[in-house]
Design a binder for this molecule. Structure first.
Ligand code: SF4
Length: 191
């Protein structure tokens, strides 16, 4: 007995008592009905695209967050041209950035000569950093070089950026550096 593909599928469906396919639906109608399928969710989930913060490859991630704002799933973004959905293990575990119980939640400061770190408030840390940047800038600003040419450069401060910085952060970072007379500006990918 010679069976066509269509006959075979019809017989299979009848034999198992199942209906595999509605032969009256066009491929377009099948696609439309599938795109309208609704799956019940037990939790409210938000999903967004982002970039892996670990190295300068910039792989794309899909991050799902639960109602409490914590990451509940992370996976490679198949639409991202850098990685096409692939990720390394470190990036797959990126949820630990927000959920690791060992994550530091306050600045730690170790005074000169001290053996132990102590917790500090952000206001204290930011004020301290600003004071030290000002002192270094004032103490190492060179207005003219050895030939009498105006240079206005700060030799005592170097800036280094990282792969986790986004465009806006880099823009502000370079603005601040230039405003202070910074000429030593580098990026981790070049070191
Ligand atoms: S997934 Fe790996 S290769 Fe891609 S950006 Fe992150 S650390 Fe770099």
């Amino acid at each position: 007995m010679k069976l066509s593909r269509r006959d075979f599928l019809k017989l299979s469906g009848a034999g198992t008592g199942s209906v595999f396919l509605d032969w009256t639906l066009s491929p377009q109608a099948v696609a439309a009905s599938e795109s309208e399928a609704v799956f019940p969710l037990h939790k409210k989930v938000s999903e967004a695209t982002t970039i892996c913060p670990y190295c300068s490859c910039g792989c794309g991630l899909l991050i799902a967050t639960g109602p409490d704002g914590h990451i509940i799933n992370s996976e490679g973004d198949p639409e991202n041209i850098n990685n096409r959905g692939a990720l390394d293990p470190k990036s797959i575990a990126v949820r630990q950035l927000s959920q690791n119980p060992l994550r530091l939640k306050k600045p730690l400061y170790r005074a000169p000569g001290a053996a132990e770190f102590e917790e500090k408030e952000w206001d204290w840390v930011i004020t301290e950093v600003a004071k030290r940047v000002k002192a270094s800038r004032d103490g190492t600003l060179e207005t003219q070089n050895a030939n009498g040419v105006t240079v206005n450069r700060t030799n005592g401060i170097a800036f280094i950026g990282g792969a986790a910085n986004n465009d806006e952060e880099c823009y502000l970072f370079v603005k601040l550096s230039r405003a202070l007379g910074g000429v030593y500006i580098e990026h981790q990918a070049r070191i």
